[in-house]
Design a protein around this ligand. Structure first.
Ligand SMILES: Nc1nc2c(ncn2[C@@H]2O[C@H](COP(=O)(O)OP(=O)(O)OP(=O)(O)O)[C@@H](O)[C@H]2O)c(=O)[nH]1
Ligand SMILES: [Mg+2]
Length: 362
C-alpha cells in the first residue's frame, strides 16, 4: 500500500507497486461488507410479502442451497410465508421435447398477465441435474414474458436427485405465492418420473401434444395421459390445422377409455397455436371451468391437503435415504456387503438388516 507519508519520504524515489497479497485487503473488505448486508430471514420475508423480486430470488437461492445454515434460514422463511401462500392456481405443463412448451408458456403467460394475473414459471427438469438449469436457455424463448413485470421466470434447481429438485420447486411455489403470484406454472419434460412429481404439486395438469401423421396415440405413456386434466394439441396452424383437429378427436376418444376422475372432472382436448396464440384463451377457460367445479365440490382443497402430506413423507424418505448412504459407517461396509450378497455369502435381506442395524445403532 502506498501512503502519503511514503511519498513525502526523502529516501523514497518511487512508491512502486505494492507487494501482491494472497488475499487483497480490498476483496476482504468487499466480502465482509457483502456478508454484512446479507439480509436476515425476517428482512427477506418482509421483502417477499411486499412483492420484492430480489428478496424472492434470494430466498429461492437459500432453498436451493445445500449448505445446512442456508437450509435452516430457508425453512424459517418458508414457515413465515406459509400463511400468505396457498392462494393461487398451480398448473403443471408437460410434453416431449420440441412440442412447444416454452413457446406455449410464453403465449399462455402473456394471456394471463393481460388478464391482470401475476405469473410465476418454475421448472422440474431432470436433465437440468446435469446441465444445471436448462430453462435458462428458455428465457430467450420467453422473450416477451421475461420483460413482463407481472411474470417471474426461475430456472430449474439443480441437484442430485429428482426428489431433491422437486422438493425445492415445491418450496419455491410457497415463496412465489407469498410474493403475490397467483398463477404458478410448472414445466417439466415429458420423459418419465418428473411428471409424477409435478402432478403431486399442481392443481391442474396439462399435457401438450402435437398431431402426428396417423400415429396420435403412439409413444404416449398411459400413465401421463391418465394424469392429464387437459390435452392441448399445439402447432394447430398453417397446414397442420386439419391434422390437429383429427388428433383432437382421437385423443378425446382415448380419454374416454380411462376411468372417471375423483375430481368429477372430464378431461378435455383442445387445439392451439402457441405461435399465433389461437386457442390460448380457451385453455385458460378450460382451467377456469375445472377450478369452478373442483372448488365447489371441495376436491381442490382435499387434494392440496393430500399433497402436503405426500411432500412431508417424500422429504422424510429422501433425507433418510441420503443420510443413510452418506454416513461413513455405511459407506465403509456397503461395498464389502454388496460383494458378499453377490457371492451368496449372505442373503440380501439379512445384509440389508445388518446395514440398517448398523446405521440406527451408530
Ligand atoms: N408452427 C408452430 N411452431 C411452433 C409452435 N409452438 C412452438 N413451435 C416451434 O417448435 C419448436 C420447439 O418449440 P419450444 O417451445 O422450444 O419447445 P419445447 O417443448 O419447449 O422444447 P424443449 O425445451 O426442447 O423441451 C420451435 O421451433 C418453435 O418455434 C406452434 O404453435 N406452431
Ligand atoms: Mg423448452
Amino acid at each position: 500500500m502506498t501512503s502519503k507519508k511514503a511519498h513525502s519520504s526523502a529516501l523514497q524515489e518511487k512508491a512502486g507497486i505494492s507487494q501482491p497479497e494472497s488475499i487483497s485487503s480490498q476483496s476482504v473488505e468487499y466480502i465482509q461488507h457483502s456478508r454484512k448486508v446479507q439480509p436476515s430471514a425476517e428482512e427477506l420475508v418482509e421483502g417477499i410479502l411486499a412483492g420484492n423480486i430480489t428478496a424472492l430470488s434470494r430466498a429461492i437461492t437459500l432453498v436451493e442451497s445445500t449448505n445446512p445454515i442456508h437450509l435452516a434460514k430457508a425453512n424459517t422463511i418458508i414457515n413465515s410465508c406459509l400463511p400468505f401462500a396457498n392462494k393461487s392456481v398451480r398448473i403443471g405443463i408437460t410434453g416431449v421435447p420440441g412440442v412447444g412448451k416454452s413457446t406455449f408458456i410464453e403465449a399462455f403467460g402473456k394471456h394471463l398477465t393481460s388478464l391482470g394475473k401475476k405469473v410465476a414459471v418454475l421448472a422440474v427438469d431432470p436433465s437440468s441435474t446435469i446441465s444445471h438449469g436448462s430453462i435458462l436457455g428458455d428465457k430467450t424463448r420467453m422473450e416477451e414474458l421475461v420483460k413482463d413485470l407481472n411474470a417471474f421466470i426461475r430456472p430449474s434447481a439443480s441437484g442430485e436427485t429428482l426428489g431433491g429438485v422437486a422438493r425445492k420447486t415445491r418450496e419455491t411455489i410457497t415463496l412465489c405465492e407469498a410474493a403475490g403470484f397467483d398463477t404458478i406454472i410448472i414445466e417439466t419434460v415429458g420423459v418419465g418420473q418428473s411428471e409424477t412429481a409435478v402432478h403431486s404439486m399442481v392443481d391442474f395438469f396439462l399435457l401438450l401434444k402435437i398431431a402426428g401423421a396417423g400415429d396420435e396415440l403412439q409413444g404416449i405413456k398411459r400413465g401421463i395421459m391418465e394424469m392429464a386434466d387437459a390435452i392441448v394439441i399445439n402447432k394447430a396452424d398453417g397446414d397442420n390445422i386439419k391434422n390437429a383437429q383429427f388428433a383432437k378427436v382421437e385423443f378425446n376418444r382415448a380419454l374416454h377409455l380411462f376411468p372417471a376422475k375423483k375430481s368429477g372432472w372430464t378431461p378435455k382436448t383442445t387445439t392451439c397455436s402457441a405461435l399465433t396464440s389461437e386457442g390460448i384463451p380457451e385453455v385458460w377457460n378450460t382451467i377456469t371451468e375445472f377450478l369452478n367445479l373442483t372448488q365447489s365440490n371441495s376436491y381442490f382443497f382435499e387434494k392440496r391437503k393430500e399433497q402436503n402430506q405426500f411432500w412431508m413423507l417424500e422429504t422424510i424418505n429422501d433425507q433418510l435415504k441420503s443420510n443413510f448412504y452418506s454416513s461413513t459407517g455405511i459407506q465403509q461396509l456397503l461395498e464389502s456387503t454388496k460383494k458378499a450378497v453377490q457371492n451368496d455369502e449372505i442373503s440380501p435381506f439379512a445384509a440389508a438388516t445388518l446395514l440398517l442395524e448398523k446405521y440406527f445403532t451408530k
